[in-house]
Design a binder for this molecule. Structure first.
Ligand SMILES: *[C@@H]1O[C@H](CO)[C@@H](O)[C@H](O)[C@H]1NC(C)=O
Ligand SMILES: *[C@@H]1O[C@H](CO)[C@@H](O)[C@H](O)[C@H]1NC(C)=O
Length: 990
C-alpha cells in the first residue's frame, strides 16, 4: 500500500473509496497526483523569500552578503575553528551574532555549523503562548550520525594566509585546505591547491534571525478586488522599505494555518562546484540521476528540488517535487574528481540547481570551456550544518558518508529474494492458496505480505477474527518452505475505546502533541488516530513491548514488519501530513524534525524485532516508505505508490540507482506498478527489471486485478519464472554485494559513472546498471514493443552475453537483442561470478546447495571475484562466522585460486559455521573467453588445502566448446568437488 484516494472526514470512506475506484476502472484512471495538495516554492514563505534574495543578488552588480566573520573571535583548538559571524540586519540596529564552528575530521571531511546566539541562549519570546523550544533545532546529528566524527589531529592553521582570510590545512598529508574569507563570510574548500567547493560564492547566505513581531494597527477589512489591490500595494511598499513580512508570522495553505510561534527562521546557503558539470543525489525525486537545473529554460525545471517527506500518491514523472523520503546528500562529479556536501537538517528543504558555462578563451591557448554547477540550499529552520567531502573518487564519498550515517544493515538472506505483496491477501486461506500456487507453478518466492486489511478494524497488533482466523497455522504453513510473512504496522493508532494500545498511548502521552500541548488527533486509515512519537524513549520502550510474541499474538519468528505512511501521512493535515506547529518529545516543533520523524519510527520497529523473545537473535527486516540519512541502518525502502505505466518502470532505475549512491541502497520499486493494471508485456518487463532492484517486491493496489506471476498465462508466466530464477541463481552475488555495501558503503547496483569515474561520455547514463563488483551489466527493457536495447560499454574489455556468451567489445553503444523472453545482461571480462544453479522454491532451501563459478576472462585472459557467505539469519557473522573468499584466475599461469579474505581469528562461532558448510562444494566452473589452446584438453589438476592425502591432487574433466560467430569460446570443469570454504587451486595447464 498504501495511500489511495482520500475522502476527507467522510465516515463511510471505505464505501465511497470503493465506489470511486470502481468508477475509475470504468473510465480509465486519469487520477494523477493532486498538484494543489502540495506547495510550490512560492507557496512556502521561506522558500519564496530565499529565492527572492537570490534574484535580488543576481540582479545587482554590487551585491554582498551582510555577513562577516569577526577576526578577533577566531580560535583554533583540537581540529576545530570557532568564531562569530556578524550579520548586519537590513532594518539596522544591533548586529546579529552567529556562532560558527568549522570542524576538521580525521576522514578528511570538514563540517561547518552556524547557530544564532540569541536563540541558542533562549533570549527570545515565542508567540501564541507556545511551549516549543526556543533554540534552533540542534539534534539532527543525534539521529543521523553514528560515527566518523573523530577530529583530525593534523589539522593546522596556516601562518601564511592573506589578510582578511584564515586558512586551515587538513586531510591526508594536509592535501585539503579550507580558505575562510572573513568579509563577506565565505569558505573555499581546496584539494591539492584547487578549489572544489565554494560556500557563499554568490552571497546568498541567509540566517533569518529572531525578531519581535511589531503589531500593526488592525486595518478595516476590505473586500474583493480592493483588498487584493491594497495587499499588492502593501507588498510593494514593504519591498521598498526592505522586507516583505507577509509570510513571517503565519502561513495558511489548503485551509490549514501554521502559527509559526518562532517567526521566520530559515537558513540558506549557496554552494558552488567549480568545474563540475554533473551533480547527483538528494533523493527522493522521480527524476534523472544527473540532476537537471531548476531555474527554468528549455527542458529544465522551474521549481527547486524539494525535500519534505510526503505521501505523494500516483506521483508525477520527471519532476523535482518532493516524495516520501529525504537524503540531503549531494555529490558533484567530473573526470578525476568527485566531491560532495551533506546538509544535515531535518526541516523542509529546497535546493535550486543552476549551471554556469564558461566558454573557452580564444586568446589564451589551452583553456577549455567548463561548466560550474551552483546550488542553493534553503531550509525552514534548524542550524546551518554542512559536511564537505573532497573525494576524490565516488567510492570515497559513499564510504565517508557511510562512516557518518552508518552503512546499510546486513539483511537476512531471505530479504534479498523475491517478495510477493498485494493490498490485500484477504484471508489466511488466501495466503496459503497463493503459497501453494507458487509451488505448483515452480516459481520461487520467499515472502508474502499483508497490507492493512488483515487487522481487526485497522487496529494494528490485531488480526481480523473473521478473515485471519488462524494466523499461527498460516505462519507454520509458510515456514515449511522457509518462507516469511511481512505484516504492515503504521504509526497512526486508531483512537477508539476498547483498544489497549491507544489507552496506554493516551495514559503515558506517547503520541505527538498539538501546538497547545494536548495529544494530536488526525485522520488516517483507521479514521480518528494518534501518531506514536518515537523521539520519545518511553515510546520506544512501549513500542518494543508490543511486538513480543505474547503481545502481538499470532506472529512468529518468521513474521517481519512493513512501516508505511510514516512521512507521516495525515489525511486531513496540511499537504497530507502533520501541522508544523505540532510538538514532539522535548518540545521540538514538528517543523524541525519532519524529515527525521519517519526514521525514528522504523528504527523503533527494528529495535522491537530484535527483542521479540529473549535469546532469539535474528536480523530484523523492516520496510519503510519515509526515510532520512541513517535509515539504511535499520530498513529497506521502496519508492512508494507508483503507476502501472512504462514511464514508471523507466523512472524506477535512476531512482533506485540514486538511492545506491546516496547511502541507502536497499531499495526497490513496486514491480508491476501499484496503481492500475499492467499489460502482460509491461508486467513481464517489470519483473525482468525488478530482479535488479536490491529490494525486489511485486505489489498491487486493492482495485487492481490479481497479478501473481502464475496468473499471467503462457508465455508470460514462464518468462517471469525465468527472470525470478535468474535472481535466485545470482543470490550469492547479490549477498556479496550487500556485504560490500554493509562494510564499505558501496552501492549495490551501480551507475556507470560510479564504476567508470573517468569516462566522461557515461556520466549521465542512468538506464543501465552494474550489480555490485561482479561486472554484471544489465540494461532492462523499459519500452513497449522493444526487441533490442542499446547498451553502453565504457571500456575496451570484452562483455559477454550472460546466457549465450556472444561477445561485445569496444567503447560505445552496442545493440543487444532483447525479445520478450530475453533479459539483456552482460558480463564484463575480468570477473568471477558466484551462483547457485539449482532451481528451488525459496532461498532458504538453497542454503546448502553447491556453487557454480563463472570466470569471464578479460583481454589479458585474467579474472577475479569475491564471495561472501554467512548463516543468512543471525548476527554470528559479527563474531567471525562467515566465509569470505577471493577467486582469481591468472591467465599467464592458467591457475584459478580460492584464497581467504576473512582476516579474523578462529572463533567457536566460525568453526561451527565452517562445519555446517563443510559439504558445500563448487560443482561447476565455466570459463568464458577460454583460450583456443585449451581445445582438445581433457583434464585439469585440482589441489585442495586440508583434503585427505589421496584427494589433495586430483584430475578432473574439462570440456572445451568452440563459439560460433560472435560467441566466445568457453570451457566447463565439472564437479571439481572443492569446498566453498576452503583454499584450493585449479591448474588448467597442468
Ligand atoms: C534507534 O533506536 C535506538 C534504541 O532505542 C536508539 O538508541 C537510537 O537513537 C535510535 N535511532 C534512531 C535514528 O531513531
Ligand atoms: C581483479 O580484477 C580487476 C579487474 O579486472 C583488476 O583491476 C584487479 O587488479 C584484479 N585484482 C587482483 C587482486 O587480481
Amino acid at each position: 500500500m498504501a495511500s489511495s484516494l482520500r475522502i476527507r472526514s467522510a465516515p463511510r470512506w471505505t464505501a465511497v473509496l470503493l465506489l470511486w475506484a470502481a468508477l475509475c476502472c470504468l473510465f480509465v484512471p486519469v487520477v494523477m497526483v493532486k498538484q494543489h495538495d502540495f506547495k510550490k516554492c512560492d507557496q512556502s514563505g521561506f522558500c519564496k523569500r530565499n529565492r527572492h534574495l537570490a534574484d535580488t543578488a543576481a540582479a545587482s552588480s554590487s551585491w554582498t552578503a551582510p555577513y562577516a566573520l569577526d577576526a578577533a573571535s577566531i580560535t583554533f583548538k583540537d581540529g576545530q575553528l570557532s568564531g562569530t559571524v556578524l550579520k548586519t540586519p537590513k532594518e539596522g540596529g544591533e548586529k546579529v551574532r552567529l556562532p560558527l564552528t568549522v570542524t576538521f575530521l580525521e576522514s578528511g571531511v570538514a563540517r561547518v555549523t552556524l547557530d544564532e546566539e540569541k536563540r541558542q541562549k533562549g533570549e527570545i519570546e515565542l508567540r501564541h503562548g507556545s511551549q516549543a523550544r526556543k533554540e534552533r533545532y540542534n539534534e539532527a546529528g543525534k539521529w543521523a550520525l553514528v560515527g566518523g566524527l573523530k577530529v583530525a589531529e593534523g589539522a593546522a592553521l596556516s601562518e601564511k594566509a592573506e589578510k582578511g582570510y584564515t586558512k586551515v590545512f587538513y586531510g591526508e598529508a594536509g592535501k585539503h585546505q579550507a580558505v575562510i574569507r572573513h568579509e563577506p563570510f565565505g569558505i573555499e574548500f581546496q584539494r591539492d591547491g584547487e578549489t572544489q567547493v565554494k560556500f557563499n560564492d554568490r552571497g546568498l547566505i541567509n540566517v533569518e534571525h529572531w525578531r519581535q513581531k511589531v503589531e500593526k494597527p488592525a486595518e478595516e477589512k476590505k473586500e474583493g478586488e480592493e483588498e487584493k489591490k491594497e495587499e499588492e500595494k502593501k507588498e510593494e511598499e514593504e519591498e521598498e522599505k526592505g522586507e516583505d513580512e507577509s509570510t513571517w508570522w503565519e502561513e495558511t495553505f489548503g485551509g490549514n494555518t501554521d502559527s509559526k510561534p518562532r517567526g521566520p527562521e530559515s537558513v540558506s546557503l549557496d554552494i558552488s562546484f567549480p568545474g563540475y558539470e554533473h551533480v547527483f543525489g538528494i533523493p527522493e525525486h522521480a527524476t534523472r540521476l544527473s540532476l537537471k537545473t531548476t531555474r527554468g529554460g528549455d527542458g529544465n525545471y522551474d521549481e527547486p528540488y524539494r525535500l519534505y517527506n510526503a505521501d505523494v500518491f500516483e506521483y508525477e514523472m520527471d519532476s523535482p517535487m518532493t516524495l516520501y523520503g529525504a537524503i540531503p546528500f549531494m555529490q558533484a562529479h567530473r573526470k578525476g574528481s568527485t566531491v560532495g556536501v551533506f546538509w544535515l537538517n531535518g526541516a523542509e528543504t529546497w535546493v535550486d540547481v543552476t549551471k554556469a558555462k564558461t566558454s573557452a578563451n580564444p586568446l589564451s591557448l589551452g583553456t577549455k570551456g567548463h561548466t560550474d554547477t551552483q546550488t542553493h540550499w534553503i531550509s525552514e529552520s534548524g542550524l546551518l550544518d554542512v559536511f564537505i567531502f573532497l573525494g576524490p573518487t565516488p567510492a570515497d564519498l559513499t564510504r565517508q558518508y557511510g562512516e557518518l550515517t552508518g552503512y546499510t544493515a546486513m539483511p537476512q538472506s531471505f530479504a534479498i529474494a523475491y517478495h510477493q505483496c498485494r493490498w490485500n491477501y484477504v484471508t489466511d486461506e488466501d495466503v496459503k492458496d497463493v503459497d501453494r500456487k507458487f509451488d505448483k507453478f515452480k516459481i520461487p518466492y520467499d515472502v508474502i505480505w499483508l497490507d492493512i486489511e488483515y487487522t481487526h478494524e485497522k487496529k494494528y497488533f490485531t488480526w481480523d477474527p473473521l478473515t485471519f482466523v488462524n494466523p499461527t497455522k498460516m505462519h507454520n504453513h509458510l515456514d515449511k518452505r522457509n518462507r516469511k510473512l511481512v505484516a504492515i504496522i503504521d504509526p497512526h493508532i486508531k483512537n477508539v475505546g476498547d483498544y489497549p494500545v491507544i489507552d496506554e498511548i493516551k495514559k503515558k502521552e506517547l503520541a505527538v502533541k498539538n501546538k497547545e500541548g494536548g495529544l494530536f488527533n488526525g485522520h488516517c486509515w483507521p479514521g480518528d488516530s494518534m501518531w506514536v512519537d518515537c523521539f520519545n524513549p518511553e515510546t520506544i520502550k512501549f513500542w518494543k513491548a508490543l511486538f513480543k510474541y505474547d503481545s502481538f499474538k499470532g506472529t512468529a519468528p518468521n513474521t517481519f514488519i512493513w512501516n508505511d505512511m510514516n512521512e507521516p501521512s495525515v489525511f486531513n493535515g496540511p499537504e497530507i501530513t502533520m501541522p508544523k506547529d505540532n510538538l514532539h518529545h522535548g518540545n521540538w516543533e514538528h517543523r524541525d524534525v519532519h524529515n527525521i520523524n519517519g526514521m525514528t519510527f522504523h528504527n523503533a520497529t527494528y529495535q522491537a524485532l530484535l527483542e521479540r523473545k529473549k535469546g532469539e537473535i535474528r536480523r530484523p527486516f523492516v520496510l519503510t516508505r519515509a526515510f532520512y540519512s541513517g535509515s539504511q541502518r535499520s530498513s529497506a525502502m521502496w519508492t512508494g505508490d507508483n503507476l502501472a505505466e512504462w514511464s514508471h518502470l523507466e523512472a524506477s532505475l535512476p531512482m533506485v540507482l540514486n538511492q545506491g549512491i546516496s547511502g541507502f541502497p536497499f531499495a526497490g520499486a513496486d514491480v508491476g506498478g501499484f496503481f492500475g493494471n499492467p499489460s502482460s508485456e509491461l508486467l513481464t518487463r517489470w519483473y525482468q527489471a525488478g530482479i535488479y532492484y536490491p529490494f525486489f517486491r511485486g505489489h498491487a493496489h486493492i482495485d487492481t486485478r490479481r497479478r501473481e506471476p502464475y496468473l499471467a498465462g503462457s508465455p508470460y508466466t514462464e518468462i517471469i519464472t525465468q527472470a525470478l530464477r535468474l535472481r535466485y541463481q545470482l543470490l550469492p552475488a547479490w549477498y556479496t554485494a550487500f556485504h560490500e555495501a554493509h562494510t564499505t558503503g558501496a552501492p549495490i547496483i551501480r551507475p556507470n559513472f560510479w564504476v567508470h569515474p573517468d569516462d566522461e561520455a557515461g556520466f549521465a547514463i542512468d538506464d543501465q546498471l552494474y550489480v555490485g563488483s561482479t561486472g554484471l551489466l544489465a540494461k532492462p527493457v523499459t519500452k513497449e514493443g522493444a526487441d533490442s536495447v542499446s547498451v553502453y560499454l565504457a571500456d575496451g574489455q570484452p562483455y559477454y552475453d550472460y546466457f549465450d556468451y556472444t561477445t561485445y567489445q569496444g567503447k560505445g553503444h552496442h545493440t543487444v537483442p532483447a525479445p520478450l523472453e530475453k533479459i539483456p545482461l552482460l558480463m564484463q571480462g575480468g570477473h568471477i561470478i558466484p551462483r547457485r544453479d539449482r532451481p528451488r522454491r525459496s532461498s532458504g532451501l538453497m542454503k546448502f546447495d553447491p556453487f557454480t563459478l563463472v570466470v569471464a576472462l578479460n583481454k589479458e585472459g585474467s579474472a577475479n571475484g569475491t564471495l561472501y557467505l554467512d548463516d543468512g539469519e543471525t548476527f554470528d557473522y559479527q563474531q567471525g562466522a562467515f566465509i569470505h573468499r577471493r577467486f582469481a584466475f591468472d591467465g599467464k599461469r592458467g591457475i584459478l585460486t580460492s584464497t581467504n579474505l576473512a582476516e579474523g581469528s578462529r572463533t567457536a562461532k566460525l568453526d561451527a559455521f565452517l562445519k555446517s558448510m563443510a559439504r558445500v562444494r563448487v560443482e561447476k566452473i565455466i570459463v568464458v573467453g577460454a583460450p583456443k589452446s585449451w581445445k582438445g584438453k581433457k583434464e585439469v589438476v585440482v589441489m585442495e588445502e586440508g583434503a585427505k592425502e589421496s584427494a589433495r591432487r586430483k584430475k578432473v574433466a574439462i570440456e572445451f566448446f568452440e563459439g560460433k560467430g560472435k560467441q566466445a569460446d568457453w570451457a566447463v570443469v565439472r564437479d571439481p568437488k572443492v569446498g566453498i570454504g576452503r583454499g584450493w587451486k585449479v591448474d588448467f595447464l597442468g
